[in-house]
Design a protein. Structure first.
Length: 469
């Protein structure tokens, strides 16, 4: 129901353990009508979650070995009970999973590892069921399925007895969005998925017998329990929590790493956790075809006070100091105002980067803004900050507003900023004064120039957060 609103309230104890969650479902059209579902969580003396009860009835009961590995999970919903059993090697890595359902059906999967991921799996008879092809850092990008070993691993439309290859389509965080194979219908997806930020998984194609375990951030999804196996621990995406405490106790200077149950320090947009121990920053994509890439970190965005002045600027007392600086710049031949487009200023020594595509990245959340390098600056002897003196880290007030600056004044914007500039990324080398075109940038219309900056930026960089253009 599109009118239904769900809210969940969470309660924790002093050990950061989730003890209770209350999900409230409301329908504004029905007035005060609402339903509540209370879920409680129980832990053993080692901090392992051993029981999840919904509405006073036990839903999941978990058992652990002496190393705190999840060895058994019994899930009961209505009249159906599913028991999932796990076995581990001496290093604590899962090597076997057995799923037994109420009707007595049992399925066994044995895992064999290599290159940081699952290399292949076998069934109870020892027959190979899947063979995975890895790229860098153990990421699986393709798989070969055996129809002879286990027919359910093959699509129901293509039971030919032949091994078939499939490609994993992934998003920026490495989550599988679809599995595509060579079938009668070209590029038809066998399965497709959608995820919340914390990994709650929804299968978008339901009329399929194709089985797949590699899902959110490339982790192994156990559909029988709703948990993800992330090597060191099992993770519950519904509650954004690990089932057990982390043996990695965090860093002294990183308070967000002290919570032993939290996933990715509470920031799954920027980080992943393939080890089950520690957050890992996802890597953005950089073009290798746009010449030398200048990449630097800054703690401030210095606001450029140059630029043609608009009526909006006058209304806001310019930059807060009531000074009109309209004639102090050569930004796009003074065609564009500083409060109209996102642009970056570089020192004169970096003149080769002028007219290029630049990106400002918020290191805290991965959000990014495509810009154009529209101006160069000279040395400022009165500035005490050497970063400011060199002119690196300077941007238009429009860019600062987009990155989160609320004040209209010309004060610097403090934060964790990364400036990335692609030297050979200008649309062209041509400048046509009559048409207000500078190195391919079309400045006749502010609206069209903004769209052009975003279009050219996509050719150079793709970040891990939200694009702010």
């Amino acid at each position: 129901d599109v009118d239904t609103v769900e809210e969940t309230e969470y309660n924790y104890n002093g050990l950061d353990q989730l003890t209770e969650s209350t999900k409230t479902t409301k329908n504004p059209k029905v007035g005060a009508s609402q339903t509540e579902v209370v879920t409680t969580y129980t832990y053993d003396k080692k901090g392992n979650e051993i029981k999840e009860s919904v509405g006073g009835k036990d839903k999941t009961t978990s058992v652990y070995d002496v190393m705190n590995n999840l060895v058994s999970a019994t899930v009961t919903e209505e009249t159906k009970t599913v028991i999932t059993s796990n076995e581990y090697d001496g290093s604590g890595q899962r090597i076997k999973k057995t799923v037994e359902k109420t009707k007595g059906t049992k399925k066994e999967t044995n895992y064999y590892y290599g290159n940081g991921g699952v290399l292949y799996t076998t069934d109870a008879k020892g027959e190979v069921t899947t063979e995975n092809i890895h790229g860098v850092e153990g990421q699986t990008f393709a798989t070969v399925r055996s129809a002879l070993a286990n027919g359910t691993n093959q699509t129901s439309e293509d039971q030919t007895g032949e091994n078939k290859g499939y490609i994993y389509s992934k998003d920026i965080r490495g989550s599988v969005t679809a599995v595509v194979g060579e079938l009668k219908e070209v590029n038809r997806a066998e399965v497709a998925y959608d995820y919340t930020d914390y990994g709650e998984t929804t299968q978008l194609i339901t009329d399929t017998t194709f089985e797949n375990e590699i899902c959110y951030t490339g982790g192994i999804y156990d559909e029988s329990t709703g948990l993800y196996y992330l090597n060191a621990r099992h993770y519950d995406p519904e509650n954004a929590r690990f089932m057990t405490q982390d043996t990695y106790r965090g860093e002294d200077e990183e308070p967000d790493s002290w919570n032993l149950y939290m996933y990715c320090a509470g920031n799954p947009v920027v980080y992943t956790d393939p080890s089950g121990h520690k957050k890992k920053r996802k890597k953005p994509w950089y073009s290798k075809k746009k010449g030398t890439v200048y990449n630097t970190f800054r703690e401030y965005i210095r606001i450029d006070t140059d630029g043609k002045t608009t009526k909006k600027m006058k209304k806001n007392n310019y930059y807060g100091d009531k000074v009109d600086r309209a004639g102090e710049t050569a930004c796009f031949s003074d065609w564009i105002a500083a409060d109209q487009i996102p642009y970056i200023v570089v020192p004169e020594s970096m003149g080769a980067y002028k007219w290029s595509v630049g990106v400002i990245v918020n290191e805290k959340n991965g959000n990014y803004l495509y810009c154009v390098v529209a101006d160069t600056s000279v040395y400022h002897p009165n500035e005490s900050d050497e970063h400011v003196q060199k002119g690196v880290g300077e941007a238009s007030i429009y860019a600062a507003w987009k990155m989160g600056k609320k004040s209209k004044t010309n004060s610097s914007l403090k934060g964790e900023w990364r400036f990335v500039i692609f030297q050979k990324s200008a649309p062209s080398k041509k400048t046509v004064e009559k048409k207000k075109i500078a190195h391919g940038w079309k400045c006749k219309s502010v609206k069209k120039l903004r769209k052009q900056i975003k279009k050219e930026g996509k050719k150079c960089y793709k970040g891990t957060g939200k694009c702010l253009n």
